[in-house]
Ligand binder design. Structure first.
Ligand code: NAD
Length: 287
């Protein structure tokens, strides 16, 4: 049966290393890393995500600034706030919590965030950099998966990887990041015919579809590494992934649980990106 990855423990280990990097920055007389989190409107799920991100920052010594803006805010006003944050030297990362209300031009918002502060990795420069290898920041969820694979000492080069899900924030960047590490990658999505035909080939199967129970044991190769990115709330309130965990764990060599697998790594990579940004800013000042 599969080894179960403890994403919480790995995240905690990384975060204690980050706390040291934050102290080192301060010992050098540099600014503490600063993250600005913009929350527009009062979507309850978004509020929870923002609260978690801010808590994680505080625990690591990152200064966080939460901007809670009304759901009625105009596009121009929101862009103006981002421009201000771009110029603020205490701010090393700018994150706009999605989704945004309909009057907001999301592509404009993402393109307005300064590339060197785009810790979510959603600016077109960073997106394009995933293709060419010149990314400043990698998007947090797929970056967390890569870190997790590395921490488990799993080979990526030459492996057959199948990514189920092709969104801009998870599936597509995931595929590109693993391709950059010389995996052979296939991407499947809702229109894929006979999903199992592909998943069966995977040495590493990454699932980010948002469909509980999508991946059953018959679809998984014996000994595969199965990474479940899905976070789904069942009618009974329980949180579950996209993989039939009990069944697939009998067949896989390694599996991530939900909750407690990939989830804790996502916010951890936000911290990593913010600290890296502050370190780069400090290095620029020294030059
Ligand atoms: P999305 O809805 O934007 O994209 C889902 C993708 O899955 C699409 O490409 C769609 O074509 C594909 N898909 C849907 N049904 C499918 C099916 N039956 N077979 C094959 N492919 C199918 O979702 P997203 O934002 O990419 O998120 C995916 C899942 O990951 C969600 O459950 C989300 O909650 C979760 N998520 C987790 C984290 C984390 O931190 N662990 C972060 C982001 C998203």
């Amino acid at each position: 049966t599969a080894r179960i990855v403890d994403g919480r423990a790995l995240a905690a280990r990384l975060r204690s290393q980050y706390a040291i990097r934050v102290r080192d920055l301060q010992d050098m007389g540099a600014q503490p890393p600063g993250l600005a989190v913009i929350l527009v409107g009062d979507d309850p799920a978004s509020a929870v995500y923002v609260r978690n991100k801010i808590r994680a920052c505080e625990a690591t010594g990152i200064r966080s600034i939460a901007l809670r803006l009304p759901g009625s805010i105009s596009n121009a006003e929101l862009l103006g706030r981002i421009v201000e944050l771009n110029a603020d030297e205490a701010v090393h990362g700018i994150l706009v919590q999605l989704p945004l209300p309909p009057q907001i031009d999301l592509p404009r918002v993402l393109e307005t965030i300064a590339v060197e502060k785009d810790v979510d990795g959603f600016h077109l420069y960073n997106v394009g950099g995933l293709v060419t290898g010149s990314t400043v920041f990698s998007p947090c969820t797929p970056y967390g998966v890569v870190k997790l694979l590395e921490a488990e000492n799993l080979a990526i080069e030459g492996q057959n990887v199948v990514v189920v899900g092709a969104s801009n924030i998870v599936g597509k960047p995931m595929a590109l990041m693993l391709m950059a590490r010389d995996a052979t990658v296939a991407i499947c999505h809702a229109k894929t015919r006979d999903l199992a035909q592909f998943t069966m080939l995977a040495d590493i199967l990454v699932v980010a579809a948002g469909v509980p129970g999508l991946i059953v044991p018959q679809m998984v190769k014996t000994g595969a590494v199965v990474i479940d990115v899905g976070i789904n709330r069942l009618p009974n309130g329980r949180i579950t992934g996209d993989v039939d965990f009990e069944g697939v764990a009998q067949k896989a060599s390694l599996i991530t649980p939900v909750p407690g697998g990939v989830g804790p790594m996502t916010v951890t990579m936000l911290l990593e990106n913010t600290i890296a940004s502050a370190e780069r800013a400090a290095a620029r000042r020294r030059r």
